[in-house]
Design a protein around this ligand. Structure first.
Ligand code: ZN
Length: 240
């Protein structure tokens, strides 16, 4: 089984389409997302619709629940909250309902999906490489868990080691457990502005982190046209 996992799409249509084109020719059986389909960028409605019709499973990110009101906007930065208010006004009611019904944690094809961390799925803590992972591996029964939220692709091993990744292929030998941050499709923050997604090959326990060039200029232009904060466009250009 070969599955693709998309993280933190954040309403970036150009990045999502570029990743979609690559996945179409990559021999993928199932596609999943670990949430934050909306927020920051200019195309929440289109991105929700693409995801809804495409993926075999999804979990909610904090921005998805922020848009629907399930999470208080006071928990977000002022500009992120402003973008969510704008996104809610520019998203159809059935799209909002889709986001509202997403679970916060799920198991598909033998892997766990959760936006932030498995032990506190509804609190959305930001866990970077080197942070305390106490209780996280005990909270899952599957050998591999896919997460997002920090937008930094990283492999966490249950022995306490971790590795930040830009791109490449990695063996994750069993029976050990791993938590893999798949990085961000729509707002990379590791200094590489290319869209990021992961592929997991369960038989060989091989993880691929892919980077994809996309039309950043067009994504930035769309943000300017909506009147959303220009800082969101600046972030796309530099990958921060
Ligand atoms: Zn995010």
């Amino acid at each position: 089984m070969r599955i693709a996992i998309l993280g933190d799409i954040h309403a970036n249509l150009e990045a999502l389409q570029a990743v979609g084109r690559e996945i179409e020719s990559a021999g993928i059986d199932h596609v999943y997302t670990i949430g934050d389909i909306v927020g920051y960028n200019a195309c929440p409605s289109k991105c929700v619709n693409i995801v809804r019709g495409w993926v075999q499973g999804a979990v909610a990110g904090n921005h998805d629940w922020g848009l629907t009101g399930r999470l208080d906007l006071n928990l977000f930065s002022p500009t992120a909250a402003e973008a969510l208010e704008w996104s809610e006004m520019n998203t159809a009611s059935e799209e909002v309902a889709y986001l509202e019904d997403l679970p916060v944690r799920a198991v598909f094809d033998g892997v766990t999906l959760v936006h932030s961390m498995p032990a506190q799925p509804e609190e959305f803590p930001y866990v970077f490489a080197g942070h305390d992972m106490t209780g996280q591996f005990e909270a899952v029964s599957t050998p591999v868990t896919f997460v997002g939220h920090t937008h930094h692709p990283t492999v966490f091993h249950e022995d306490g080691n971790h590795e930040e990744i830009i791109e490449g292929t990695f063996e994750l030998p069993g029976p050990d457990k791993y938590i893999v941050n798949v990085g961000s499709v729509g707002q990379p923050r590791d200094g590489d502005p290319r869209a990021t997604y992961a592929v997991w090959e369960s038989d060989s326990r091989r993880l691929e982190i892919h980077r994809v060039r996309y039309d950043i200029k067009l994504a930035v232009m769309r943000i300017a046209q909506t009147g959303l904060p220009g800082s969101f466009g600046d972030r796309l250009r530099v990958g921060r």
